[in-house]
Design a protein around this ligand. Structure first.
Ligand SMILES: [Zn+2]
Length: 292
């Protein structure tokens, strides 16, 4: 059956992978590739209101929020080390201004940006996360529906850390980003890279496919094409090299191998060593600006 690409609406598509929601429901899904723009997309795409049950899980909640145990603690430590790097990517070379963090979770990034003297607004779909974030930061934390009520051109910077892969309607989301940024304003987007070594190595078990929570899957070519055709100018890209270790570890756990930490570490290391030559890091951060 031919599917329609959610970005370019082409019907020239082919099956890329058959896989399951290995993390939670074990339900089967497909990842289909658009032959014209290269986007990989998840089929079927649960309607936004049906998506709730793929997140509504104590397993997921503990995966995201529980800091007990060795691996979550290491991951949290690495995240805090990375935070300075993320703040620099978002704000370097700019005078203090206003930043919108879409998918702000419990407000870790906003907290760091506020410490650097920026004024922030957060957008977050999870009511539980909003409640926690509101206790931690000065920023106003809004729900997804509030995005369209924010004023045109009110932000100097918009950040989306591992969010665009979750977005159901890419077109309207990107129109909103363009509308909300000042002309010349900075857009920072981090997404997993399906051209990375760890994606190729784990195939359907690559944890960053994370269907159906991830609806869109990007490569450099796809992301450049989408944003450059939407009024954004590419500035630079950077890597989140710790993601290779975490994603490889999660993939090993999904496969059910023994010693997932050790195996995941060596696959993550291989992925990063290869990416030093190819540039195909497990996760990439893209920095664009809105055309002036
Ligand atoms: Zn397409």
């Amino acid at each position: 059956m031919n599917h329609t690409c959610p970005w370019c609406t082409s019907k020239n598509t082919h099956l890329h992978l058959m896989l399951k929601d290995y993390f939670l429901t074990q339900e089967p899904f497909e990842i289909v590739q658009c032959d014209d723009c290269g986007l990989l997309f998840t089929i079927p795409r649960p309607a936004p209101d049906a998506m709730v049950r793929y997140y509504k899980s104590e397993v997921y909640f503990s995966h995201r929020e529980n800091n007990r145990g060795f691996i979550p603690r290491v991951y949290e430590s690495v995240k805090s080390i990375n935070m300075r790097h993320k703040v620099a990517l978002a704000t370097s070379g700019l005078s203090r201004g206003k930043l919108l963090d879409i998918g702000c979770g419990v407000g870790d990034f906003i907290h760091s940006v506020e410490c650097a003297g920026w004024q922030c607004v957060g957008i977050e779909p999870s009511a539980d996360a909003i409640t926690i974030a509101q206790q931690r930061v000065h920023a106003e934390i809004l729900s997804l529906v509030d995005l369209s009520s924010l004023d045109d051109g009110m932000f100097d910077v918009i950040t989306m850390w591992h969010v665009l892969e979750h977005v159901d309607d890419l077109h309207s989301e990107i129109v909103q980003l363009h509308r909300l940024l000042k002309p010349g304003g900075r857009l920072v987007v981090a997404v997993p890279n399906y051209c990375s070594y760890d994606a190729d190595y784990y195939q359907d078990r690559w944890a960053a496919y994370d269907v159906p929570r991830h609806l869109n899957h990007f490569s450099k070519r796809v992301l450049f094409s989408i944003l450059q055709s939407s009024g954004f100018v590419f500035d630079s890209f950077d890597k989140l090299q710790w993601d290779a270790f975490y994603i490889s570890y999660m993939s090993e756990k999904s496969v059910g191998h023994s010693l997932p930490l050790v195996r995941g570490f060596f696959t993550g290391l291989r992925s990063n060593l290869k990416a030093r030559k190819t540039g195909e890091w497990s996760s990439l951060v893209y920095v664009f600006h809105r055309e002036k």
